[in-house]
Design a protein. Sequence first.
Length: 403
Amino acid sequence: MSKLQFKKAFTQQEPIPEQAKKRVMELLDSGRLHRYNTVGSELSDAALLEQAFAHHQGRQYCLACTSGGYALHIALRAMGLTAGEAVLTNAYTLAPVPGAIHAAGGKPVLVEIDDNYHLDLADLALKAKASGARILLLSLMRGHIPNMDSLMALCNGLGLQVLEDCAHTMGGSWQGVKSGNFGQVAAFSLQTYKHLNTGEGGLVVTDDAQIAARMIMHSGSYMLYERHGATPSPEVFENIRLTSANMSGMSGRMDNIRAAIGLAQLPGLDNNCKRWNQRYTILNSVIAAIPGIDIPVRDARESFVGSSLQFRAEAIDMTQMPSFIAACAAQGVELKWFGENQPKAFTSRYDSWHYIDPMPHLPNTLKVLEKTLDLRVPLTFDDEDCYLIGAVIAQVMAQFTGK
Ligand SMILES: *Cc1c(COP(=O)(O)O)cnc(C)c1O
């Protein structure tokens, strides 16, 4: 059989809605790009985005800032992280996550994942006790939402506060409760490949007035905190506004252009999540049926957003994996490998984060990542594209297994 060829780009996003273009032109004409450059009592686009997202999420407070990684950093500071304090987090995550802990002065303590890409609760309990950590930075890496009831019950029992990293779960939920509404604080990313695309950007939500006020001060709000969209009342700021910890220079404000771009996309988020899942469902059914490939079955209580798909090429060993990926790429299908021992592009395996000391050995995480390949699911792909991608992977797998 001749080689199938997929031709579309895995990096191609959809156009930004017309409404955003119109508003961005208005902002450019006005020159009022900074979030505090407002007239009278009007709310800036950055403040409006905070209001709209707090409402969407069903949380009281929201801060718009420069990135998801930055949001995690200031959330940790606002939660009272002290120098050298241990913070638990998933070993399977993106480098900015332990990076945020490190930047905030904490010590990342990596926890194993299970075969479903979720945090291993037994290892979490062990590491929580051994490290004395009081914060868990729960990374919902690649949108896998674990059983949040068991996880939160365990964290409550251990006295752990939870900071949710929802970079890939915006729009997702567990048993009808939105991802980002379980922990004390939750951070979202607006980077191009996440669920709202403003190029770069972050949103962080909480119901805790003290934490919200501290995060706003950290983000570089001068004394203009009243110009925020979903902010605690001015009295909450009285005690903290002049303390050095809150005035230290960590400017990371959202600007009005990116906020306008995000605002215009928010009403379409839920529908886009459905569109991602339509594509994911096709890819999942085709790829899971390929001999030599395994995709763990997801819990029916998890409403995930299928903006990427992870599968395990069980029939391919570590030494063959680079040529398997190269063969797929030659036929137009771009895969990422989380198990690679050399960090590449967006991905790096935990043991390449050398500043983590002591570096733990996490056999299950390594075992799972060794076989895990990742496929981005852009909304610019249609149903036929998804069938073709599945067929390409099947064809390459057949070459490798001789079946
Ligand atoms: C993208 C991402 C981040 C960081 O977000 P940035 O906006 O790129 O800083 C954090 N965690 C996960 C799981 C991500 O995918």
